[in-house]
Design a protein around this ligand. Structure first.
Ligand code: HEM
Length: 151
């Protein structure tokens, strides 16, 4: 029999796969593939690809929060095993970094591309890349906490 907890865990892990898998693709596949292009072609392409990816991440973040919050209540909230609490803590840090990336840094890329200010756009993309790298490492650590926290 399938329980609500199993459905929540399925949605939770699916969303984690979209988010963390997308960061692996962006960092290790897309970025090196476009590195040889001129800024005039590379930056509009990156702006479009990142804009679409961030929309998927926004949905993933909402699902992770809802499913995580639901499961958290079932495993005792603050009485949950420490790795689950650590997952929630690093997960929330990841979400805050994503919020900064999406709402503070990405608009700089959009404005630079619109105004064809390529050096500004390249600088903004470079800062986004650093945050994505941090979030990717945090994502892997968070998955490890999630697996350790199984009850
Ligand atoms: C607000 C943030 C989050 C909360 C409250 C939360 C909460 C939970 C809870 C309660 C479970 C079930 C643990 C159990 O079965 O006893 C779980 C499972 C899991 N979570 Fe999270 N989580 C959050 C964010 C994340 C993030 C950001 C990731 C990865 C990047 C993640 C990865 C996982 C994984 C891989 C599992 C499955 C563990 C397993 O069954 O092997 N979680 N989460």
């Amino acid at each position: 029999m399938i329980h609500a907890f199993d459905v929540a865990l399925f949605l939770h892990i699916l969303s984690v796969a979209v988010w963390v898998g997308g960061m692996v693709f962006a960092h290790f596949c897309l970025r090196p593939a476009v590195a040889e292009l001129t800024p005039q072609s590379r930056l509009p392409l990156m702006e479009s690809a990142l804009g679409k990816f961030f929309m998927w991440v926004s949905v993933a973040v909402i699902v992770i929060l809802l499913s995580g919050g639901f499961m958290m209540a079932k495993v005792g909230n603050m009485q949950a095993p420490w790795p689950v609490l650590a997952m929630a803590a690093t997960g929330i840090v990841m979400m805050m970094l994503f919020g900064h990336l999406r709402f503070a840094m990405f608009p700089r890329v959009q404005r630079a591309v619109q105004a064809q200010r390529w050096p500004d756009g390249a600088a903004a993309i470079a800062s986004i890349r650093r945050i994505v790298m941090i979030n990717l490492v945090l994502g892997i650590v968070t998955i490890a906490f999630g697996v350790l926290g199984r009850v």
